[in-house]
Design a protein around this ligand. Structure first.
Ligand SMILES: CC(C)(COP(=O)(O)OP(=O)(O)OC[C@H]1O[C@@H](n2cnc3c(N)ncnc32)[C@H](O)[C@@H]1OP(=O)(O)O)[C@@H](O)C(=O)NCCC(=O)NCCSC(=O)C[C@H](O)C(=O)O
Ligand SMILES: [Mg+2]
Length: 293
């Protein structure tokens, strides 16, 4: 468990070519902002998008939100220049699209390093192709910079020829493989976007399912979905109260030389306390970031 888990309940994408969205993001209660140079930006707007992102980051005002810059792939006309640009930007992470191998991560890492990126600049990887999903473990461990995965379920559906069903059964294998690889390597992992902005109920259900799977949060395409994702991925008040209770009860039991106990008839061991402490730390970080859970 990370000692100090960072809130990543809601990660809002915005086109780098949309200055209004970049400006609006300063006042939105999302935990993560993903400024996109890739698929949300038309080919003839790629360079203007880089300039708009640079101007927005120079102005700042994004508070404690985590800033992520999605670049184009190194196999495109813009990828190298995007990475060279990203190396000098005040962002927390660079998000690589369509990552299919550990080697692709290492090539991107080398460009960042050659352009003076600090060691703290993280790499996040879009997991959105069949090859990428099958190479998830190698990708997760490819470089010390790799700190997160983001599921790209739209590209994945295209390559799998599958449908976006309400239960997301067609994605279960891919989501599970990426979750396993991310957790095995101590990475953050965010669920894919929900495309139907008119279906609030379906969106809420997909957030609940993301929580059940174990994702840290959900990637989003519109500000109106932030509140639902934030509520779904935050520990509930009842969960926090329970976490505090079992932590205290377990400490008292330990003082009496016992490793296990029952609280309200439920078995509590050290592993439950570890998860309880993670939830409480997460709730405290959310409070510090936005002032409320
Ligand atoms: C989908 C949109 C194009 C809709 O935009 P718009 O018509 O402007 O929406 P609204 O009029 O309802 O907007 C209301 C206000 O909110 C601001 N807004 C809208 N979207 C964003 C946003 N994403 N970030 C910040 N601010 C936003 C508008 O400017 C309005 O503000 P105001 O002027 O005050 O009224 C648009 O939402 C959009 O572009 N969304 C992001 C699309 C995107 O980034 N797509 C790429 C990422 S998803 C992906 O690639 C998936 C992955 O790779 C995979 O394979 O699965
Ligand atoms: Mg994609």
């Amino acid at each position: 468990m990370p000692a100090d888990p960072r809130p990543r309940r809601s990660a809002l994408y915005m086109p780098g070519s949309n200055p209004r969205a970049l400006e609006k993001a300063r006042d939105l209660p999302c935990d993560v902002i993903i400024m996109d140079l890739e698929d949300a930006v038309a080919p003839d707007a790629k360079e203007a998008a880089r300039e708009a992102v640079a101007a927005a980051l120079l102005t700042g005002g994004y508070g404690g939100r985590e800033l992520v810059l999605r670049v184009n792939g190194l196999d495109t006309a813009w990828g190298y220049a995007d990475l060279a640009f990203a190396a000098g930007q005040p962002v927390h992470a660079v998000l690589l699209p369509k990552v299919e191998s550990a080697d692709a991560v290492r090539r991107a890492d080398a460009v960042l390093t050659a352009h003076g990126a600090p060691d703290e600049l993280a790499l996040w990887c879009m997991m959105e192709t069949p090859r990428g999903v099958l190479a998830a473990t190698g990708i997760a461990g490819a470089s010390p910079r790799v700190a997160g995965f983001v599921m790209g379920t739209s590209d994945l559906a295209k390559d799998l020829h599958c449908l976006h069903t309400p239960d997301r059964l067609p994605f279960v294998t891919a989501l599970g493989l990426c979750l396993l690889a991310a957790r095995a390597h101590g990475l953050a992992i965010l669920d894919g976007v929900y495309l139907d902005l008119g279906d609030d109920e379906g969106f809420a259900a997909s957030c609940r399912q993301g929580v059940e799977f174990g994702f840290d949060g959900k990637s989003l395409i519109h500000p109106k979905t932030i509140a639902t994702a934030n509520a779904a991925f935050a520990p509930s008040e009842a969960a926090i109260a329970w976490a505090r209770r079992i932590t205290a009860a377990h400490a008292a039991a330990e003082a009496e030389g016992k490793g296990v106990l029952l609280v309200d008839g439920k078995l509590v061991e050290a592993l439950h306390v570890a998860e309880a402490k993670r939830l409480v730390a997460l709730a405290e970080r959310i409070q510090a970031l936005h002032g409320s859970a």
